[in-house]
Write a protein that binds this ligand. Structure first.
Ligand SMILES: Cc1ncc(COP(=O)(O)O)c(C=O)c1O
Length: 382
C-alpha cells in the first residue's frame, strides 16, 4: 500500500539539506519594537509607519469601511481611498495613470504579464527581485537573464534578438545590494531596439527624485510611452500594497485582464488611506531624505573603515558581505543581542552565493541610536 507520509519525509530530507547548508529560516515574532532595539531591518525608510497622521487616516477609514475590502476592486473593493491614492501616485510619478494592487509582488506579476508579448522575449537583470522573476515565469514568455546593471551587455542581447518584441525588466535601487541601475542608458538601449522598459522602483519611491518621486523621475524617464513603473507601498510609505504606473492603455488592460488585479481581494481601504497619508508626508520630507542619505553614507564609511566589505549605497540600503551563510546568521544574531535588528540575506535570497547583512537606513530613529547601532554591527562582525 502507498505510504501517505512519504511526501512529508521528502520535505524533511530537503529541510535537513537546508540546515546543513546554513539556509534554514526562522520566524521570529516580535511585539511593537522595544525601545532598546534599533530597527535597521525594516524598510520604513522615513519612519512613517507609525506616524500619528498615518495611523489617524487609517483609523478613520477602518471605522468607515471595516477591516477588509470584502471583494476585488471590480466587485466590491474600490473605494474613494483607492482612487485618491492612485491619482496622487500618478501625479507624483508623472505618469498618465496608476493602479493599486494588494501587494508589490502582485503588481509586478500583473505588470509583466501585461507588458510582455506572447512571441517576444523578456530580458531581466540578474539581480532583479524574486517577484519580477516570478512575473516572467507566470507570463509564460521566453525569459533571459542579462548581466547586472550592464547596458552594454543589454544592448548586445537586444541586437541579437532584433525582430522579437522585447520587454526589459529591472529594479532601480536593487533590494539586496542597494546599488542603482543606470536607467538612462538602459532606456536608451530599449528605445534603439523598440523594447519596453519596466522598472521596479520599490526602494526609490519616497527616497530618490523630486519630492521622493523615485528613480524613474530622477532619470528623466517619467511619462515616456515605453516605460512602466511598479512599486510597493510597503517600504517608504510604511503600509502595504503595490502600484503599476504608466500609459493609460496599460492600466485599462490591467483593469480588464490583469489576473492579480481582477481575481484578488482589494487592498484594505484603511491601508490605502494610511498609504495616502504617508505619501503626503513623504512628498514634503526633503529633510528626512537628506538625513537618510547622510546616514547611508556614514554607515558605508564606518563599515569600510572597519575593514568590512559594504556596497556603496545609492539610496537607503547598505549591504555588507558575510564570510558564509552560517557566519551571516551568527552576525545577525550577535547584532540582535546588542539590540540592533538587521536583515540577513542568504541564498536563494541573494543573486549569487555570497551571504550579506543588509542595513536598511531609517531617518526616523534618533541620531544617537543610529550611531550606536552601526558601531554595534561592526563590533559584532565575525
Ligand atoms: C524590489 C522589490 N519589489 C517588490 C517587492 C514586493 O513588494 P510587497 O512586499 O509589497 O509584495 C519587494 C519587497 O517586498 C521588493 O524589494
Amino acid at each position: 500500500m502507498a505510504d501517505p507520509g512519504e511526501w512529508l519525509r521528502r520535505l524533511d530530507r530537503r529541510a535537513e539539506l537546508r540546515r546543513q547548508a546554513g539556509l534554514t529560516r526562522t520566524l521570529r515574532s516580535h511585539g511593537p519594537q522595544p525601545d532598546d532595539v534599533v530597527d535597521l531591518a525594516g524598510n520604513d525608510y522615513l519612519g512613517l509607519a507609525r506616524h500619528p497622521a498615518v495611523i489617524a487616516a487609517a483609523e478613520k477609514a477602518l471605522e468607515r469601511y471595516g477591516l477588509g475590502a470584502t471583494g476585488s476592486r471590480l466587485v466590491r473593493g474600490s473605494t474613494d481611498e483607492h482612487a485618491a491614492l492612485e491619482t496622487e501616485l500618478a501625479t507624483l510619478l508623472r505618469q498618465p495613470a496608476a493602479l493599486v494592487f494588494s501587494s508589490g509582488y502582485l503588481a509586478n506579476l500583473g505588470a509583466i504579464r501585461a507588458a510582455a508579448r506572447p512571441r517576444g522575449v523578456v530580458l531581466i537583470d540578474a539581480h532583479a527581485h524574486a517577484s519580477l522573476h516570478d512575473g516572467c515565469a507566470l507570463a509564460g514568455v521566453r525569459t533571459e537573464t542579462v548581466p547586472h546593471a550592464d547596458p552594454t551587455a543589454l544592448r548586445r542581447r537586444l541586437a541579437e534578438r532584433a525582430g522579437a518584441p522585447a520587454l526589459v525588466v529591472t529594479e532601480s535601487v536593487f533590494s539586496v545590494d542597494g546599488d542603482l541601475a543606470p536607467l538612462r542608458e538602459i532606456h536608451a538601449a530599449c528605445r534603439d531596439f523598440g523594447a519596453v522598459l519596466l522598472v521596479d522602483d520599490a526602494h526609490a519611491l519616497g527616497v530618490l527624485g523630486d519630492r521622493g518621486a523615485g528613480a524613474v523621475v530622477a532619470a528623466g524617464l517619467a511619462g515616456e510611452p515605453d516605460v512602466v513603473v511598479t512599486a510597493t507601498l510597503s517600504k517608504t510609505l510604511g503600509a502595504a500594497g503595490g502600484i503599476v504606473a504608466g500609459p493609460q492603455p496599460l492600466i485599462a488592460h490591467l483593469v480588464d485582464t490583469g489576473r492579480t488585479f481582477v481575481y484578488d481581494t482589494a487592498l484594505p481601504p484603511a491601508v490605502a488611506a494610511g498609504a495616502l497619508a504617508a505619501l503626503e508626508l513623504a512628498m514634503d520630507a526633503d529633510s528626512l531624505r537628506a538625513i537618510l542619505r547622510e546616514r547611508a553614507r556614514a554607515a558605508f564609511r564606518a563599515l569600510r573603515d572597519a575593514g568590512l566589505d559594504p556596497g556603496e549605497p545609492a539610496a537607503g540600503i547598505v549591504s555588507v558581505t558575510a564570510p558564509s551563510a552560517d557566519a551571516a546568521l551568527a552576525w545577525a544574531s550577535a547584532c540582535r543581542e546588542r539590540g540592533v535588528a538587521v536583515g540577513c540575506f542568504r541564498p536563494p535570497s541573494t543573486p549569487d552565493p555570497r551571504s550579506r547583512l543588509r542595513l536598511t537606513i531609517n531617518a526616523g530613529i534618533a541620531a544617537s541610536d543610529f550611531g550606536r547601532a552601526v558601531t554595534d554591527v561592526i563590533a559584532a562582525a565575525p
